[in-house]
Design a protein around this ligand. Structure first.
Ligand code: UGA
Length: 435
């Protein structure tokens, strides 16, 4: 099939490249010409395992191309994906739909023949109706079906998530959109991925519901971790005992410094706003947001306590800055608030992250950046693991210990166990486990 992707950000790029890899003919559009030029040479500016290779092989196969001109992509396309950003609107937390609506209007003028216009961006309920109205008023002759097809991929494992999804949710307003959508995803369907057809509004709500539920699940286990610390218990074993129940499942039950990233914080807030607008508040999600917000301050208090109640003029080494491993994304990373707090309290902060230091340096210029975990440990009064990159899982603890001024390890991701670090002489603090 011939596919146009409008918006070559994270979701658009992964969608376009993976669809090209299925054999479709894909043109990705972006209004940033520099980005288009770089992508056309197979260069990407984000860190996502496997993405660069897939772009290069599909460019070489002639199935994938990039342009800044809608006129080169839309008229021939049977399907046009809108995958532009929906950031939180400044001031009120609603999703900012101006990019989606501008894209819909711009696309409308180039449509030719029957075209399915698919919203891939995370959008509030009713956006598909508005996109259909915009397209219709901008180009009354256009023959379109507007479909909602939310994306569930995770940063760091996006290619795998796209190619092996748990499900594909497709919201249609009219039966004639069904066949082209089924055809588009045929390779996945053949791989047994359930294709769930529903109405457009339900699809839009499903995306927010899934993200909010996962955010809630993480927040639940984080509060459980606090209770384990207070009452004496091991949150990892509690999570295991819970997760073995099929109705609960083991995933997203890892206690930590709170959720971050470009999706959960923004989408939980948007869902709360949508629900309030409809007079049907989602109080569990409201509470989830506030607990998660408070968690970062609680984590910096934990670090201060581990340092004997005072961090002024102490050197705190931070391992991991990004909101999760295998990405260079710093958006809403818990490290930002935690480090900000430590700096406010007079600490010197030295940090290392395998991929996130460039983005971090733009956000935090009074942090010193080091070249490795061992360089961070040099003369540190405490080391804090904030992001669970694989390279932090098997550190040479004896070497770290020797480099440090005082052997305090605060493990906010429960990467180590008390036994393995205690034998190297560390004082160890983790999350929701006996110290
Ligand atoms: C999330 C969803 O998982 C995807 O399904 C969704 O498509 C995506 O948002 C989106 O809407 O675009 P992502 O933000 O890439 O994906 O990352 P996650 O792996 O979900 O992690 C989010 C945050 O939760 C991270 O800060 C992570 O450290 C934290 N987390 C996750 C925990 O603290 N504990 C866990 O058990 C799991």
């Amino acid at each position: 099939m011939k596919v146009a992707i409008v918006g070559s950000g994270y979701v658009g790029l992964v969608t376009g490249v993976c669809l090209a890899d299925f054999g479709h003919e894909v043109v990705c559009v972006d209004n940033d010409q520099t980005k288009v030029d770089r992508l056309s040479r197979g260069e990407i500016s984000i860190h996502e395992p496997g993405l660069g290779e897939l772009i290069k092989s599909n460019l070489a196969a002639g199935r994938l191309s990039f342009t800044s001109a809608l006129s080169e992509a839309v008229p021939t396309a049977e399907m046009v994906f809108i995958s532009v950003g929906t950031p939180s609107r400044r001031g009120d937390g609603h999703a900012d739909l101006s990019y989606v609506y501008a894209a819909a209007e711009a696309v409308a003028g180039h449509l030719s023949g029957f075209t399915v216009v698919v919203t891939k961006s995370t959008v509030p309920v009713g956006t598909g109706d508005e996109v259909a109205r915009i397209v219709d008023s901008a180009n009354p002759d256009a023959d379109v079906e507007v479909v909602s097809n939310p994306e569930f991929l995770r940063e760091g494992s996006a290619i795998d998530d796209f190619k092996r999804p748990d499900r594909i949710v497709i919201g249609i307003a009219n039966e004639r959109a069904r066949t082209p959508m089924a055809e588009l995803y045929r390779p996945l369907y053949l791989n047994q991925a359930p294709l769930m057809f529903t109405d457009r509004r339900t699809a839009e709500l499903t995306k927010y519901a899934a993200n909010a539920f996962l955010a809630m699940k993480i927040t639940f286990i984080n509060e459980m971790a606090d209770l384990c610390e207070a009452a004496g218990g091991d949150v990892q074993q509690v999570a295991r005992g819970m997760g073995l129940d099929n109705r609960i499942g083991p995933k997203f039950l890892h206690a930590g410094p709170g959720f971050g990233g470009s999706c959960f914080p923004k989408d939980t807030l948007a869902l709360v706003k949508i629900a309030q607008d409809f007079g049907s508040p989602m109080r569990l999600v409201e509470t989830t947001i506030s607990i998660n917000d408070q968690r970062k301050a609680a984590m910096s208090r934990k670090i201060v306590a581990a340092c004997g109640g005072e961090v002024r003029r102490k050197t705190i080494g931070v391992l991991g800055l990004t909101f999760k491993p295998n990405t260079d994304d710093m958006r809403e990373a818990p490290s930002i608030d935690i480090i900000g707090d430590l700096l406010d309290k007079g600490a010197r902060v030295v940090a290392y992250d395998p991929q996130g230091m460039r983005a971090a340096a733009e956000l935090m210029d009074n942090v010193e950046y080091a070249a490795s975990a061992y360089a961070v440990a040099e003369n540190a009064d405490a080391l804090v693991i904030v992001t669970e990159w694989n390279e932090f899982r098997s550190l040479d603890l004896a070497r770290l210990r020797r480099a440090m001024a005082s052997p305090v390890l605060v493990d906010l991701r429960n990467v180590y166990s008390y036994e393995e670090v205690a034998k190297h002489g560390f004082t160890y603090f983790s999350v929701g486990r006996p110290d």
